[in-house]
Ligand binder design. Structure first.
Ligand SMILES: O=C(O)CCC(=O)/C=C/C=C(\O)C(=O)O
Ligand SMILES: [Fe+2]
Length: 329
């Protein structure tokens, strides 16, 4: 029944193209504090909402949402590889419950997750298998995408399931806010790239190294101001984060996919992971949210943020704390 939320941006570029040491230290400090909160909360179940970047989900079948019944991490960039500790029975019960709630999720008995999931698990829990976990994939890079409203409803359906469990549950949302790293797109792709996006599971070491080198080169160009990639949009990011913190979650329903791409970049759709996580929390009633960190970090091509939140007594309006936000303006 007790629920705690941690949302965190991820980046594959940490350790490849880093910002100034004081910025890296800030982020480490924020993630260590988040890890300490998780340790103190001592979850009996972790539900992690995460995107994928054509490492586990491809256009042979691209679901909008998928619950992992068994899962392992591919270990792209510097993220951990290996099996997650998935509670298969609970994952299946969750999927059945969410479907009964009329949100159409799929399941996978062989889910592969990438840095988008593994980095958050490592930073917040210390590994991939520390706690029983259910990974929930939210398609955030491969159009057509479900709406933000649908991500909210998915999160709320999961939150209602969680509320009936007699367990301490940590919900994690893992995603950048405004950002547009060089994730390939099927529209206009040549045959080789299209084939990789349709059926690129388990790439060769050379192919993976080439992809990673392209991302690193893009980050260097973005940092030096010579990149055509969409600029970061701190104003948009802060408005979005404030919206989540305010507790007026249904306000995200008006955010259209076109407007998100236009204003915040094509990977800003990863905000769905945060929306779903807050949806799960909101199913427990009003909450107190703290914006622990925000900074636009060009080296990581990311509007990079961290928030945590937990329920407050019924009858209380949502409460917002911004302890670090001013420092990291
Ligand atoms: O196939 C590729 O080249 C993918 C590159 C990639 O995975 C980039 C990911 C970036 C993020 O996850 C992010 O900034 O959120
Ligand atoms: Fe990502």
């Amino acid at each position: 029944m007790p629920i705690h939320l941690e949302c965190l941006s991820h980046t594959p570029l940490h350790g490849y193209v880093d910002p100034a040491p004081h910025v890296v230290a800030e982020v480490e400090c924020v993630t260590q504090a988040a890890r300490a909160r998780v340790e103190a909360f001592d979850p009996e179940l972790v539900i992690v909402f995460a995107p994928d970047h054509y490492n586990g989900f491809f256009y042979d079948v691209m679901p909008p949402f998928c619950i992992g019944v068994e899962a392992s991490a591919v270990g792209d960039f510097k993220s951990l590889a290996g099996p997650l500790n998935v509670d298969a029975g609970l994952a299946l019960a969750l999927a059945a419950d969410v479907l009964a709630d009329e949100i159409d999720v799929s399941v996978s008995y062989r889910m592969q997750v990438d840095h988008g999931c593994a980095q958050a698990l490592e930073l917040l829990t210390g590994g991939l298998d520390r706690y029983p976990t259910i990974p929930v994939f939210i398609n955030s890079v491969a159009p057509p995408l479900a709406t933000c409203r649908r991500a909210r409803l998915l999160g709320q359906a999961i939150g209602r399931f969680v509320a009936r469990l007699d367990k301490r549950v940590l919900v994690i949302g893992s995603g950048g806010i405004s950002h547009e790293p060089p994730v390939p797109e099927i529209e206009g792709a040549n045959d080789e790239v299209a084939e990789r996006l349709i059926a690129g599971r388990n790439p060769s070491a050379e192919s993976r190294a080439a992809r990673q080198a392209r991302t690193v080169a893009a980050a260097l160009a973005f940092t030096s101001g010579t990149s055509p990639l969409h600029p970061l949009n701190p104003e948009w990011d802060r408005a979005f984060l404030d919206r989540l913190a305010s507790g007026e979650l249904s306000a995200v329903d008006g955010m259209t996919n076109d407007a998100i791409s236009r204003d915040a970049g094509k990977s800003a759709h990863e905000i769905r992971t945060w929306i779903a996580a807050f949806g799960a929390l909101a199913a427990h009633g009003p909450y107190r949210a703290s914006l622990d960190y925000y900074r636009a970090i060009p080296e990581w091509i990311a509007g990079f943020a961290a928030m945590h939140a937990s329920p407050v007594a019924q009858g209380t309006r949502a409460v917002v704390d911004h302890p670090v936000a001013a420092a990291a303006a």
